[in-house]
Design a protein around this ligand. Structure first.
Ligand SMILES: [Zn+2]
Length: 419
């Protein structure tokens, strides 16, 4: 068993905890506990980050199992393990995209990320699994920081991980400048990420809403509908976010019902506002909290929310002169052209099935950015073509920046050296 625990055995504890829950049989819980990796769990439960050197996508599924184990057994040490792990990974080991891992590992102490940029950063399975863990954390805490993280991973880790032309999946999201996204091929490259990214896209409708006895949380701004059976309410969300910063929620109710509607006000939004049935509401909520409307809802009630987006920088924790730029929750990437890229070099090598992809060309360097401050509005302006397209100003080589999740088949840069 000790040898098994040192291999990449996936979420065996989680699946067995789930099996114990559906069968009601203790023996499956006991078997699940044999897959709990205590050597990793104990320092985490004690609040120690000893993750350096570990294989990332072996560890995260094990910790998801710890989270599920806590829910079934009430074991506080499993709770503390999952909770501390989530905080240390999302706050000290994640890129601006919400992704983590470099060459599939954590190679450095927490907070050391500036030297962790390569063509092999941010394995897609890892983002998928961190979203999965985040659902547990949010379910326990309703912490808006967990919802903020989920959104970050949604736009910058999941979207863009499937090629829009043929649905092929991505293994790594390269964050060293000058690389490109190398997708799989239809018949040869079936990686772990091929599976998890298919699941991730099937779950784009997951975690938009959460509920408890009194209220409904609106966590993501995605056109959707949710039926809240217990209250006899249906909420219809209309938006073109992130092209627009406006979100409309229309209530459908067979009979008037009292309930709380809790709308997430993201960390990135300043100066938001809301109207109810066309009348401006006096109060709103601060960033990274919930705007709560507690009232008796009638059919046709309509809440409109405005969440202004702005450019903001995402510096590396250990080197503030290395920065990415975000617009609202969206990580922007600079287009660096297609030099040397052909149909052959863009795709993984089909003669080498089931291996990690290898780039056939070298990355190219991105220009340093001349900036008078770390405020990206000093060197970046909206083009007017699209609200999500920007152009550098005052640089030796002017560049266009667009959302990372919309870059395909070309070289790009996410992190910039500011001088
Ligand atoms: Zn993978």
């Amino acid at each position: 068993m000790d040898r098994i625990l040192e291999r990449e055995y996936g979420g065996m504890n989680e699946v067995l905890y789930n099996y114990a829950a559906v069968t009601g049989q203790d023996r499956w819980r006991e078997l699940a506990q044999r897959f709990d990796r205590k050597r990793i769990f104990e320092p985490l439960a004690a609040g120690r980050d000893e993750l350096q050197g570990l294989h990332v996508n072996t560890t995260i599924p094990q910790v998801i199992g710890a989270a599920r184990g806590y829910e079934l057994t009430g074991d506080r040490s499993l709770h503390d393990c999952a909770d501390y792990f989530w905080h240390t990974v999302t706050e000290r080991r994640s890129y601006c995209t919400g992704g983590t891992s470099n060459g599939e590992s954590w190679n450095a102490p927490p907070g050391k990320l500036a030297a962790e940029l390569s063509g092999y950063t941010q394995e897609c399975c890892v983002t998928y699994n961190m979203q999965k863990l985040t659902r547990h954390i949010f379910g326990w805490t309703a912490d808006p920081r967990a919802a903020d993280y989920y959104e970050r991973a949604y736009y910058n880790g999941i979207l863009g991980g499937q090629h829009p032309r043929d649905g092929n999946k991505l293994y790594y999201v390269p964050l060293q400048s000058g690389f490109w996204k190398m997708f799989g091929t239809p018949l040869h490259d079936f990686w772990c990420c091929t599976g998890s990214m298919a699941e991730a896209f099937a779950k784009l409708g997951d975690s938009i809403y959460f509920k408890d006895d009194d209220g409904l949380y609106v966590n993501l701004f995605v056109p959707s509908e949710v039926t809240w059976q217990e209250k006899g309410l249906r909420i219809v969300q209309d938006t073109t976010f992130p092209e627009s910063d406006r979100v409309t929620l229309t209530v459908r109710a067979a009979a008037p019902r009292r309930a709380q509607l809790r709308i997430r006000v993201p960390y990135w939004s300043v100066g938001g506002s809301a109207t109810l049935n066309g009348a401006r509401l006096e109060s709103f909520a601060t960033p990274s909290s919930y705007f709560v409307l507690d009232r008796t809802w009638r059919d046709g009630d309509r809440v409109e929310v405005r969440l202004p987006m702005r450019l903001h920088s995402a510096p590396m924790p250990d080197d503030p002169t290395v920065q990415a730029v975000m617009y609202g929750p969206i990580v922007l990437a600079g287009k660096l052209g297609t030099a040397g890229l052909t149909a052959d070099t863009l795709r993984a090598e089909p003669t080498k099935p089931r291996t990690v992809p290898e780039y056939k060309l070298e990355p190219i360097a991105a220009p340093a950015i001349r900036a008078s401050s770390s405020d990206p509005t000093t060197w970046l302006k909206q083009t007017g073509t699209s609200p999500l397209e920007f152009r550098t100003v005052g640089q030796s080589q002017e560049l266009t920046l667009v959302p990372l999740n919309r870059i395909f088949d070309e070289r790009y840069a996410v992190y910039w050296k500011l001088v």
